[in-house]
Ligand binder design. Sequence first.
Ligand SMILES: Nc1ncnc2c1ncn2[C@@H]1O[C@H](COP(=O)(O)OP(=O)(O)OP(=O)(O)O)[C@@H](O)[C@H]1O
Ligand SMILES: [Mg+2]
Length: 248
Amino acid sequence: MLDGKSWPSCKIESDMAAFIEAIDLHKTYHVGKIEVPALRGISFTIQKGEFVSVVGPSGSGKSTLFYLLGGLTRADSGKVILDGDDFASLSDAERTRMRKHKIGFVFQKFNLLPTLSARSNIEIAREISGNGHRDSAFFERIAELLGLARRLNHRPSELSGGEQQRVALARALINKPAIVLADEPTGNLDTENSNIVLRMLRQSNQELGQTVLMITHNPEAAKYADCILHMRDGHIVQPEEDPQWAPH
Ligand SMILES: Nc1ncnc2c1ncn2[C@@H]1O[C@H](COP(=O)(O)OP(=O)(O)OP(=O)(O)O)[C@@H](O)[C@H]1O
Ligand SMILES: [Mg+2]
């Protein structure tokens, strides 16, 4: 296993203009009368074109952060600034527009539409975004790189878990978004499928200058990133404070 010292931690503050900025994010869930604090003051900056991994134990707030960064839920306090726009100051319509045009999402549970073929599941992202021009060559290339070329007419129920995750990744990348947010994209995959997904994310990041934030439990997967953010109990912590990474 890697220790924290062998992989760079991401900078919390930067002198350069950030592409993604989280400023003192707080989020507490309310379940009946019980309060469940998920984020307790998270701040960091990510530069354009950076590939960042977020690691941390189960329940440390990683998915909550993913939803806030993607504008899928609102913070109780704090700000998310994407490419100069403060999510909170946007109207619902503007936020939706930003999500569709700028962000590709890879969800842990795929979120594919069961009645549509793999091809339609991928193409629907382009249709929803209203991004009219169809780049067939890019579609074919992504499908080929992800090993989906002969699976495009299958529905999700006719695909393996690894294939479904690869379709979900193709859907996230098809619009060439400036930002890719991926929540455990290799969570349930075997090594071979994990490597296909991770290589594709890295290649897309390098070729298109995409900014990628990938949540992962897996230290080997985290190594695909330029740097790592460690979370614990709703905070960003030093690698030494992360039991999975601390040198033994
Ligand atoms: N919808 C919700 N309602 C109430 N509590 C929630 C909700 N979603 C998450 N939580 C709680 O918030 C905390 C952070 O959850 P979150 O899903 O962000 O963690 P995580 O780091 O993604 O965990 P995992 O690695 O298991 O996916 C946990 O204590 C969780 O139980
Ligand atoms: Mg999670």
